[in-house]
Design a protein. Structure first.
Length: 278
């Protein structure tokens, strides 16, 4: 009974440390997003002004950019007003207090995260749980692994679909505009721009292999989910014998094998194409 109480206390302590780690990671993500937002707000107006200046100098007496200038002036004024208001009210806004927009704030959170992870390791070493308890805990963490693989696969799939859409639309636009033999200079620049976009999209798709990454992540998630459902329901390879401990041992080995296979495929995809062929 005392061992059960000690194990429960150790688990609660580890869960509390996990909560702190997750909170720190959330704060790091929010800190990065806040800094990016503030930098984008304060730099967008100068960047737009510089682009307009360079564009007008390059197109002087060649292309009439009056309409573009007229359309961009309200945007430039709105960006300046937003930047001034944020700067004036920076001390009143909760989400940018205490220098949270500075890079040192995120660096401090990263240091706190590393220290908390080290505390968890030391605490886990101090309160060693039984092997069967660790396997039960491991089984309950598998759904989060499945969700992580699927979310990453979905992200890669969206990026791949976006690049494919750019390739298809850009190719059709380039062919259509290029078919106009007597196209004025603005349409020729459209052809150049669409060709450039198609080339970049095709290069990124071929080099980073977003479709393959999405496929392997989804495949691994489905395989792990199949193992999880089988061990939970006691069917398949986990139905023979009826020994829950043996089933958990085999389940842990199977899931770790699938995760190792996924890591190896990820490493192969990260290798340059010429190294893989060699």
């Amino acid at each position: 009974m005392a061992d059960t109480g000690a194990a429960a206390h150790a688990i609660e302590r580890l869960l509390a440390q996990d909560r702190k780690i997750l909170d720190l990671r959330q704060k790091i993500r929010l800190g990065r997003w806040r800094r990016f937002t503030l930098v984008a707000v304060f730099s967008s107006a100068p960047a737009l002004f510089v682009l307009l200046l360079i564009g007008n100098i390059a197109a002087w007496r060649k292309i009439d950019l009056a309409r573009i200038n007229i359309a961009c002036v309200p945007i430039l004024v709105a960006l300046l007003i937003i930047a001034i208001l944020i700067h004036a009210r920076s001390t009143d806004l909760v989400w940018i207090r205490k220098g949270e927009w500075e890079a040192d704030h995120v660096a401090g959170l990263k240091l706190d995260l590393e220290l908390e992870i080290e505390r968890k390791r030391l605490s886990a070493a101090e309160h060693t749980l039984a092997a069967n308890v660790r396997r039960h805990v491991y089984r309950e963490t598998v759904p989060s692994v499945i969700e992580q693989y699927r979310s990453e696969g979905m992200r890669y799939r969206r990026v791949h679909n976006a690049f494919q859409a750019a390739i298809i639309i850009g190719s059709l636009a380039t062919s259509t505009v290029a078919g106009l033999a007597d196209a004025p200079p603005p349409y020729k620049w459209i052809t150049v721009a669409t060709s450039f976009i198609v080339g970049i999209s095709a290069g990124f798709t071929g080099y980073f292999k977003f479709r393959e990454r999405s496929f392997y992540l989804q495949q691994t998630a489905d395989a792990i989910e199949e193992e999880y459902d089988s061990v939970t329901l006691g069917v398949g390879r986990y139905s023979a014998g009826g020994n829950d401990e043996e089933s958990l041992v085999e389940f842990t080995e199977r899931v770790e094998t699938l995760k190792n296979d996924q890591r190896k495929r990820q490493q192969q995809l990260d290798q340059p194409t010429e190294n893989v062929q060699a």
